[in-house]
Design a protein around this ligand. Structure first.
Ligand SMILES: C[S@@+](CC[C@H](N)C(=O)[O-])C[C@H]1O[C@@H](n2cnc3c(N)ncnc32)[C@H](O)[C@@H]1O
Length: 422
């Protein structure tokens, strides 16, 4: 039988941690975390039952500016004011508290009852500096996780490797892994979930499932069996701008991975490419392409299959392209990283450009910002530079009826263009 007094004590301890966080009282927090009477695995991650606040939420909420400060902070967000000027003491102690909590293992993307991560809250309150701290924390967690996942598991007799595996799972559980689990089209990453490795042991399981599902082709969308939006017509402007940037002149060689509704391929055709290869893995999409006569269009070569199988063959055949575009569905970040770090280099000519549909984490601004940085680092590590252009996304109300998940929430699409480093 549980002792009601013990429960009350635990609750009081939780409240004490949250209070110390909201008062930015680091010595007290340190003491509470070290003594850990809250019964939590890590007191830096306790939660208020009413608000769902974690200590990070509490520390950030306490920095909420009053009216005057809010107006000034707005200036900072819009870039009119130097970020350090006029900073209140509250904000400085808040910053130190946030840093302290993160060092103590606080989860960067825990959700409160308002469906906000601490970073979402900082952004809503116009606390740019705290928002940036939270983005950096997200980047660190994701990078660490991606790196740890990259280690091969050698077996029980190799303790070091197994420890690394365990570490990856622990980080995934603690840090609300963005990079594992099932994905949908654009947002290849389910944001702010706590999906763990155990739930998705095979990296391609969702892609394989998708490739066996029946598709519904409508004028303005392509849906899978589960009503996920594989592709939607509201992305046309993005496709048009991407195609124009990748093929600035006529007669170039282009490789497109993922045909979908054929929107981007239509724009590529307008540039009269000399060579236009399309890799498409879903049999129904391929059948539709043929019905529409894509195989007879100038320069077009259709490769039916997964890019993972097709691209190595193209490399072997010595095919080279001036432009490559990657936009698949239900693949993991690990797939994308394999594409950019292993495949592009064998297929892209020296002056070539490549791009990808940048939809990772687009259902939450902080996740989108985190993944922009993560991708930038991986692209850089693979030997490419990337430039970004913001494209405003029109209001999408009304687009989602009949679509299982609203995969796009952020205001601007950040269009990436990558090229070899000088
Ligand atoms: C988002 S749609 C592409 C939309 C396209 N950019 C357009 O403008 O219409 C993704 C496409 O990638 C295909 N696909 C998914 N996984 C793939 C893989 N591993 N290899 C090749 N194609 C894949 C899907 O069948 C789908 O047709």
């Amino acid at each position: 039988m549980t002792d009601p007094h013990a429960e009350i004590d635990v609750d009081l301890d939780v409240q004490e941690v949250l209070l110390a966080a909201s008062q930015h009282n680091i010595p007290k927090l340190r003491q509470l975390i070290r003594s850990n009477n809250s019964g939590a695995e890590n007191p830096a991650n306790v939660k208020d039952t009413e608000t769902g606040y974690s200590p990070l939420h509490a520390a950030i909420a306490a920095c909420e500016p009053d009216q005057d400060e809010a107006e000034q902070a707005n200036g900072v967000v819009n870039g009119h004011r130097d970020g350090d000027e006029g900073q209140s003491e509250e904000l400085m102690s808040g910053r130190e508290t946030v840093k302290f909590l993160l060092q103590e293992g606080a989860i960067w993307n825990d959700l409160d009852n308002n469906d906000e991560t601490p970073g979402c809250m900082a952004r809503r309150l116009g606390l740019t500096e705290l928002y940036d701290l939270m983005v950096d924390a997200g980047v660190r967690a994701e990078l660490l996780l991606n790196r740890l996942e990259g280690y091969e598991i050698l077996g029980d007799d190799d303790e070091e490797e197994v420890d690394v595996e365990d570490d990856a799972n622990i980080v995934a559980e603690q840090q609300g892994d963005l990079a594992t689990g099932e994905e949908t089209h654009e947002s290849t990453i389910p944001t702010t979930t706590t999906t763990t490795q155990e739930q998705d042991p095979e990296p391609n399981v969702s892609n394989v499932r998708y490739l066996h599902s029946n598709l519904t082709f409508q004028d303005d969308r392509l849906l899978d069996d589960d009503q996920n939006g594989v592709m939607m017509a509201w992305e046309t402007e993005i496709m048009s701008k991407t195609a124009r940037k990748l093929l600035p002149s006529q007669g170039l060689r282009v490789l497109n991975i993922g045909h979908g509704m054929g929107i981007v391929d239509g724009f590529f055709q307008e540039q009269s490419p000399s060579v236009h290869h399309i890799v498409e893995a879903h049999a129904e999409v391929v059948a539709t392409m043929k019905q529409k006569g894509w195989h007879e269009k100038p320069g077009v070569v259709i490769h039916e299959g997964r890019w993972q199988d097709i691209l190595p063959k193209l490399v072997e055949q010595g095919e080279m392209f001036d432009a490559i575009y990657y936009d698949t569905f239900a693949e993991s970040y690990a797939d994308f990283r394999e594409f950019l770090s292993e495949q592009v280099i064998g297929l892209l000519d020296t002056d070539g450009l490549w791009s990808f549909f940048n939809g990772m984490g687009a259902d939450r601004q902080i996740s989108y910002d985190v993944y922009q940085k993560v991708v930038e680092m991986d692209v850089f590590e693979a030997g490419f530079d990337v430039s970004w252009e913001d494209i405003p996304v029109p209001p999408l109300e009304g687009e989602w009826s009949g679509v299982r998940r609203r995969y796009w929430v952020v205001d601007n699409y950040r269009l990436p263009i990558c090229k070899y480093m000088d």
